[in-house]
Design a protein around this ligand. Structure first.
Ligand code: NI
Length: 177
């Protein structure tokens, strides 16, 4: 039987972690500074995010990284309570790299993350579209496939060709920066 785990984060209500649950995850840079503006840093974020997911056995479904935040859709392993360790792992690594590069040892880089459980298939597709279209929302691309810092292209290659996001609903509870 699964053990239900409650975690209390300072900016979130008490919160149930369950195995094999799909989450939407968002985190931003402290004070919304554009610390991830360069291509190099976006790639460092992607690499360490995917590596940490592998280490903590979280399955990555979708991701997009912008100049001062990212959004992702991830599926929890059996030990779902590792979400905070998983995010801390690549947050710490990227903070260390960027602080060293900017000669700002000890600077606070990441702000708290925000996560929500995906509740239905409809909710899943709405949020998937939200992640893939986020570069367009932020004015960084005209079409989602033109933005290099998301996995939308991989998704298009692996997905059935006739799938369309056209009729999805707007998602309005995601923090933006
Ligand atoms: Ni965004």
């Amino acid at each position: 039987m699964n053990r239900d785990i409650f975690k209390k984060a300072p900016h979130n209500p008490p919160h149930l972690f369950l195995p094999n649950t799909i989450y939407m995850l968002t985190a931003s840079i402290y004070k919304n500074e554009r610390l991830i503006q360069s291509r190099k840093r976006k790639l460092q974020w992607v690499e360490s995010f995917l590596k940490s997911a592998e280490i903590y056995s979280w399955q990555v479904i979708a991701w997009v990284v912008l100049d001062n935040h990212y959004h992702a859709i991830i599926q929890s392993p059996e030990k779902a309570e590792t979400l905070s360790q998983f995010t801390a792992s690549y947050h710490k690594y990227t903070a260390r790299c960027w602080n060293e590069e900017d000669q700002r040892n000890g600077r606070k880089v990441w702000w708290n993350y925000w996560d929500t459980c995906i509740r239905s298939e409809r909710d899943y597709y709405n949020r998937l579209r939200y992640v893939f279209w986020n570069s367009v929302k932020h004015g960084l691309a005209e079409k989602p496939e033109e933005y290099p810092f998301s996995n939308y292209k991989d998704f298009l290659l692996s997905w059935q060709m006739d799938f369309s996001f056209t009729y999805m609903d707007e998602v309005s509870d995601v923090p933006e920066f």
